[in-house]
Write a protein that binds this ligand. Structure first.
Ligand SMILES: [Zn+2]
Length: 145
């Protein structure tokens, strides 16, 4: 049994953010076969359509990954993580330098960044950039050469 076809102008039950309850709405806009934008018939507020009942969370759509590529990325990522661990172990002895945009750094320096944490300078790119390996990956940051 197919779902009842809805179209703009039809009435539909939806959750209203303003009324904070399920109210009758008029469909303003449809996207594909689902209501996208609705107007609450109680408070006349427009908002995106929210189904009256929380539908059971559907599993996130996993795009069919190319297996070969995925593995390569994973391996590279693991290598980076290992590299980062090795680098930061040395950092424990207190040789990190705080990251500052107006400082100059050399490859191999351990940099302490307020957001990314401790990382190791991988590459210095002229005129004013360096690539640092942090726990979450390589970031390109500004510096002075
Ligand atoms: Zn409302």
């Amino acid at each position: 049994m197919p779902k009842t076809e809805k179209k703009a102008g039809d009435h539909i039950d939806a959750r209203c953010t303003r009324c904070r309850e399920i109210t009758n709405h008029t469909i303003i806009a449809m996207v594909a076969e689902s209501p996208a934008r609705v107007r609450c018939n109680t408070c006349s507020g427009d908002h995106n359509y929210r189904p009256p009942v929380l539908t059971e969370a559907s599993p996130p759509r996993v795009s069919p990954a190319k297996p070969g590529r995925r593995t390569r990325v994973d391996r590279r990522w693991k290598a980076q993580q290992q590299e980062w661990r090795d680098a930061t172990e040395k950092a424990d002895s207190g040789v990190t330098v705080a990251y500052r945009m107006d400082r100059s750094y050399r490859v191999g320096d351990l940099v302490n960044h307020p957001t990314f944490g401790v990382g190791m300078v991988q590459q210095v790119v002229k005129p004013n950039k360096m690539e640092i390996l942090f726990a979450e990956g390589i970031k390109s940051l500004r510096c002075r050469l």
